[in-house]
Design a protein around this ligand. Structure first.
Ligand code: CU
Length: 129
């Protein structure tokens, strides 16, 4: 292999390791943010989309429907879709807009959501009240 290709391969590998390390560590450090329950009983939380999801961990109550409002502050193609595999939901998030996604009442457990490519990650921590 040419030296320049070795440099590219090593740099690529280092980048992959760093990205994984960063996301695992960041995920563990962030406490889950609880959704606010409105007068209608609907639990709602606003998630900022800008290079990631903030908060990336959202706490919901089991057995109650929820609305997640994605506030997308960028036009990076990475974040233009959000996917909830467990709910069979894949939605387009227009840039610089808020998009509400309604989730059905669900059982306690952890549910992941990601961007369309699976690069940006967040999780729902659903707990019994
Ligand atoms: Cu992406």
């Amino acid at each position: 292999m040419e030296p320049s290709k070795v440099v590219v391969a090593v740099a690529g590998l280092a980048a992959i390791v760093w990205v994984n390390w960063y996301f695992f560590l960041a995920e563990g450090r962030k406490a889950a943010v609880a959704a606010k329950v409105g007068a209608t009983g609907l639990q709602q939380v606003v998630i900022r989309v800008e290079g990631g999801y903030a908060p990336s961990r959202v706490r919901l109550r089991a057995g109650q429907p929820a609305r997640l409002v994605f506030d997308r502050r960028e036009d990076s193609s990475c974040s233009e879709e959000v996917v909830f595999p467990a709910f069979g939901i894949r939605r387009f998030l227009p840039a610089h807009q808020r998009t509400g996604i309604d989730l059905p009442a669900t059982a306690a457990g952890a549910y992941e959501f990601t961007c369309g490519m699976g690069m940006l990650r967040g999780s729902l921590v659903v707990e019994d009240a």
